[in-house]
Design a protein around this ligand. Structure first.
Ligand code: ADP
Ligand code: MG
Length: 394
């Protein structure tokens, strides 16, 4: 079928879309490539117009629920679809992370009539299926929802409360610690004055979830770092880091270096193993295409990843991501600026705040005093390590 790829109200491409295979078979007309997803625009600018069609299909598929989503088979069975791709076009491909959508060519549909930032959507069935321990069978599942287009491994669901869009995220199947870690990241960022997505704990059906408001609105989009660095990866931490900062700065983002460094500093404190290039990026205005700022820090849940827990020992992953390399946290920290005395003062009492959080919900997740003590020890150890780096260099 003939469709127009739209970015909010702007026509980007007229395309032939195969609604069975969920791929694009032809690019019929380029209207306004500047408004295309950033990676496609770059491909075009670099003279690869012939690759646009394949890249568009790849990008579109990437909007869907990934094949590695926890318990994907159960979710699909409950929704009555074969594969995540079947969900992609059920609600014009709309999402709550950007403003792209597929408009059937001959239909008079307008962004303001359909977008999920301004219009309610059905979420109860999706929430039930995704985040209940024992989901009841939902007969009529509305697929007019941005829940068709969520990324990431963890089970999640967009919901609306008091007209605010919130993302609810479950914990991993292994230790379920992620919601606590998201909140810890928020605590650390709040204290250090780092722009972040504020996560809170939500208990639903006896299950512990992380909850955060949507950081995108109907005038903005999130562009992940993976798209920004596509086609220019150097596979050298420092070179990719410098290049990323340069691109952001050239697009008018102020203090880009400091902001990216602050994110890796938070990752060091939490030993976050999952800062891949889909988990950070920038926010762009979809009307003016102006790059507004780095995205607030989100998805710091994969931290204090316990590999072994004994009576009085805890072993956690000690390697993190730094652009396209996996490095020991102790080496990553050498690449970052030192914390100031003022910063350390702002962190005073953070371990106790973390302990209170863990203790408050200990009965829900059945965690022992011993485990809580060891987790707090980890945070304290990371702060001390930062302190040591400072004193060694003085
Ligand atoms: N608060 C938010 N507002 C808007 N988009 C979000 C928000 N949180 C996450 N996202 C988008 O959803 C994707 C998946 O969420 P994420 O927290 O990374 O889940 P996971 O832990 O499963 O990777 C992110 O990569 C980002 O594109
Ligand atoms: Mg993620």
């Amino acid at each position: 079928m003939k469709c127009i790829l739209m970015n909010k109200n702007t026509e980007v491409l007229t395309v032939e879309y195969d609604s069975t295979l969920h791929v694009f078979t032809k690019i019929i007309k380029i209207h306004n490539i500047d408004y295309a997803p950033y990676s496609l625009k770059k491909l075009f600018d670099n003279g690869h117009e012939d690759e646009l069609k394949a890249a568009l299909s790849h990008w579109f598929k990437g909007r869907g629920i990934p094949s590695f989503r926890d318990h994907l088979d159960l979710l699909l069975a409950h929704l009555g679809v074969r594969a995540p791709e079947d969900l992609l076009d059920k609600a014009f491909g709309l999402s709550l992370t950007d403003q792209y959508w597929l408009k059937p060519k001959n239909e008079n549909i307008k962004y303001q009539d359909i977008n999920f930032f301004e219009h309610d959507f059905s979420y109860a069935p999706f929430l039930e299926i995704s985040l209940s321990n024992t989901p009841s069978i939902v007969n009529e599942v509305s697929l007019k929802t941005p829940n068709n287009t969520t990324d990431g491994k963890l089970k999640k669901a967009w919901v609306i409360e008091d007209n605010i869009r919130y993302l609810l995220k479950g914990g991993s199947l292994i230790d379920g610690l992620e919601p606590f870690q998201e909140v810890l990241a928020s605590i650390v960022c709040r204290r250090l004055g780092i722009n972040h997505v504020p996560y809170t704990i939500e208990i639903r059906d006896g299950k512990l979830l992380a909850k955060c408001p949507c950081f995108i609105n109907s005038n903005t989009e999130f562009i992940p770092a993976s798209q920004i660095l596509e086609q220019e990866v150097k596979y050298s931490s420092i070179e990719d880091f410098n290049n990323y900062v340069k691109i952001l700065t050239n697009h008018g983002i102020t203090k880009a270096k400091e902001k990216v460094e602050a994110m890796f500093l938070v990752d060091f404190l939490l030993l976050n193993t999952d800062r891949h290039l889909g988990n950070f990026g920038i926010i762009r205005d979809v009307n003016s295409l102006k790059w507004l700022d780095v995205a607030p820090i989100f998805d710091t849940g994969s931290s204090y990843k316990i590999t072994d827990l004994q009576e009085d020992t805890i072993i956690v992953s000690d390697e993190g991501r730094f652009f396209y390399e996996v490095l020991k946290f102790d080496d990553i920290i050498k690449l970052l600026p030192k914390l100031t005395k003022d910063d350390f003062e702002k962190l005073a009492g953070v371990v106790e705040e973390y302990r209170c959080l863990l203790e408050k919900y200990a009965p829900v997740v059945n965690s022992s005093e011993r485990k809580i003590g060891l987790l707090c020890f980890l945070l304290e150890r990371q702060i001390n390590k930062l302190n040591e780096v400072n004193s060694n260099e003085e």
